[in-house]
Ligand binder design. Structure first.
Ligand SMILES: [Zn+2]
Length: 356
């Protein structure tokens, strides 16, 4: 089954974790044995060969760099200019992967359909490039609004205005407050360029303000449900209904603390908390029950998004194991048509409408 994963921090892994994603995951992990600088060392689940093995033809891949004001304790850059430079290094890495034939940029309908034809041609995937759509997770690095068009010109097609904490254009997870004039101006510029709004990570105030002011395409690349795990990072049923009304697609994430309640970072284990891929289906099914159909969910794993196997479903060794999800859906009673929609079809419908 063809899979689209709408959220992977590939360049962050390459540039900050120093992972050569051309290698098999086992090799990446072997080289990290003994490293203790990050909690997920030696526990990677994502690399380009694993994506091919899992028939993950298209990913939404991020640029990510936060600006932090002096009082802000989150990790991040001390000026927007430094954050911009960081994201430019990340773009450079994606372009280098293109040069190697490892990845290919998907920026419009023509490149999307050409790429799908290649992956559907019946030949093995071993040497096919992984298609990527560029998404900016947190807009802090856009030094001025003129930088939005500069970024569009090198391929940026989606922006999540916020990430964790307070942002320059919007307030994110664990923060509160509105986007204000500067955030609304960002939305206007995105609308002019037909850049997809990623609603993930917007705090409630900023989320509703964005819904009021943005008239372009909206998706949520990696989100789960507040009704199942109560945290502001998750969507309330009211927010999910709003996204359904806008024909959005919500990507189900595989970060264990969002999947099961009462997760304690660094202490809980996926086995101990009974966190497996079935739990993802619980969240996806909750959204389908609200929608009355399976048209608004997809996959947006966030795997290796600053966590590894220690904080991922225990029945997933690498991202290639996403291929077990279709059977879990079938066992829940989803039809073959619905399973295809969830694994890739809904993202494709969304993109074909957004880019027509
Ligand atoms: Zn995220």
């Amino acid at each position: 089954m063809l899979i689209i994963d709408a959220h992977l921090d590939l360049s962050m892994n390459a540039m900050e974790w120093n992972r050569d994603l051309r290698l098999p995951v086992a090799e990446i992990n072997a080289r990290e044995q003994g490293l203790t600088d990050k909690p997920d060392r030696g526990k990677a689940t994502v690399s380009l060969p694993e994506l091919r093995k899992g028939n993950v033809a298209v990913v939404v891949a991020t640029q990510i760099a936060r600006y932090v004001a002096p009082h802000n304790r989150l990790p991040g850059w001390h000026s927007p200019q430094q954050a911009w430079a960081q994201t430019q290094g990340q773009v450079s890495w994606y372009k280098a992967m293109e040069d190697e034939g490892e990845m290919t940029a998907i920026t419009d309908l023509a490149s999307l359909e050409k790429h799908l034809a290649l992956w559907n041609d019946g030949t093995p995937n071993d040497s096919k490039p992984v298609g990527y759509i560029l998404n900016l997770e947190g807009a802090d690095s856009l030094v001025t609004l003129d930088h939005v068009e500069r970024a569009y010109n090198y391929g940026l097609r989606a922006i999540g205005p916020a990430h964790y904490g307070p942002g320059r254009y919007a307030q994110g997870t664990d923060a509160t407050g509105f986007m204000g004039k500067v955030g609304q101006d960002l939305l206007k510029e995105m609308e002019r360029l037909n850049i997809i709004l990623d609603a993930t990570h917007l705090c409630d105030d900023s989320f509703w303000e964005a819904m009021d002011h943005y008239n372009g395409p909206v998706w949520a690349s990696h989100n789960l449900c507040r009704a199942l795990v109560n945290h502001n990072r998750q969507f309330s049923d009211e927010q999910i209904r709003e996204l359904i009304n806008r024909d959005a697609v919500i990507g189900g994430a595989l970060d264990a603390w969002m999947m099961v309640p009462n997760w304690v970072r660094g202490q809980s284990t996926p086995e101990g908390m009974n966190c497996n891929l079935e739990v993802l289906v619980d969240h996806l099914d909750h959204i389908c029950q609200l929608a009355g159909n399976a048209d608004h969910i997809g996959i947006g794993t966030d795997l290796d998004g600053a966590f590894g196997r220690e904080q991922s479903p225990y029945d997933l060794e690498t991202i290639a194991d996403l291929q077990t999800v279709p059977n879990l859906l079938r066992k829940r009673g989803y039809t073959e048509t619905d399973v295809e929609k969830i694994m890739h079809g809904n993202w494709l419908r969304f993109l074909r409408r957004a880019w027509k």
